[in-house]
Write a protein that binds this ligand. Sequence first.
Ligand code: FES
Length: 58
Amino acid sequence: MPKVAILANENGPNLVMVDGKVVAALCRCGHSSKKPFCDGAHHQAGFRAVKAEVTIIE
Ligand code: FES
C-alpha cells in the first residue's frame, strides 16, 4: 500500500506526497486562479504560514 503524506509547506501550498513524490500542490493562500491547485500566486501575495507536521496515512 502506498504511503500518502500531506506537508503544509512553509509560506506555500499543501503538498500531497505519495511514496515520497509530490503528486499535487494544493493552494492554501486563497490567491490561486487554478484552485484547488497552487499556481505560485502565494509569492506575489506575500503569503506567510509556518510549516506543519507531516501526516502519514498508511
Ligand atoms: S499556495 Fe500557492 S497559490 Fe496559493
